[in-house]
Unconditional design. Structure first.
Length: 202
């Protein structure tokens, strides 16, 4: 990914965040009209992004999966961030899963929690093993995190995948010496959820 394209993605999200905050604090715009104004102005920002970015991800479904794979191969932390932001804006397809799985286990970027959250939303059984392994990792940049947010997010993702294999991994995580992750895992397999799906990954 060229720097100007990465910068265009980052600039879009910064501008969108500023827009939301400025509208929320603007007393001149009635509360009921803020969402309408926000959506119009966000659409204009998105059009500007698409003019600067070389590909419309909505029209090229293989662009984001390729971007994730390339980021993993290049070990490019900035490209990972930009690819994740594009995915949050335009959506992650199932073709993104191999790249997301590979990146979740790497230690040279800081997007692990975002990836775990995406895998939770996708709740694909092929993510079970990588989520189980990632739940037990402690990356250097997260060494201060006594809440073990990454491990907890992985447990929640396994719970939402909701298969017998996922439950087996949760039971193993519930036996860890780490009380925070063990508690999160125990909560997930003990909670009252929809009937468990049979089967596991691909």
């Amino acid at each position: 990914m060229k720097r100007e394209h990465r910068d265009a993605v980052i600039d879009y999200f910064v501008a969108r965040d500023r827009l939301g905050r400025s509208l929320n604090g603007n007393p001149l715009i009635p509360r009921g009209g803020r969402d309408y104004v926000y959506e119009i102005l966000k659409w204009m920002l998105r059009q500007d992004l698409l003019r600067k970015y070389p590909v419309d991800p909505r029209k090229d479904p293989e662009h984001l999966p390729a971007l994730l794979r390339d980021a993993a191969q290049r070990r490019d932390e900035n490209q990972v961030e930009a690819a994740m932001l594009l995915g949050f804006e335009f959506g992650f397809s199932r073709s993104c899963l191999p790249g997301l799985h590979a990146l979740l286990m790497e230690d040279w970027h800081i997007s692990h929690e975002d990836i775990a959250m995406v895998l939770q939303e996708m709740h694909d059984p092929s993510s079970i093993d990588v989520l189980y392994r990632a739940a037990q990792l402690q990356f250097d940049y997260l060494s201060f995190d006594e809440a073990y947010a990454l491990g907890v997010k992985c447990c929640y993702a396994l719970g939402d995948i909701n298969t017998t294999e996922g439950d087996e991994k949760l039971r193993l995580l519930a036996e860890l010496d780490n009380p925070v992750i063990a508690k999160a895992a125990r909560y997930q397999f003990e909670r009252d959820v929809r009937p468990v799906r049979q089967g596991g990954g691909e």
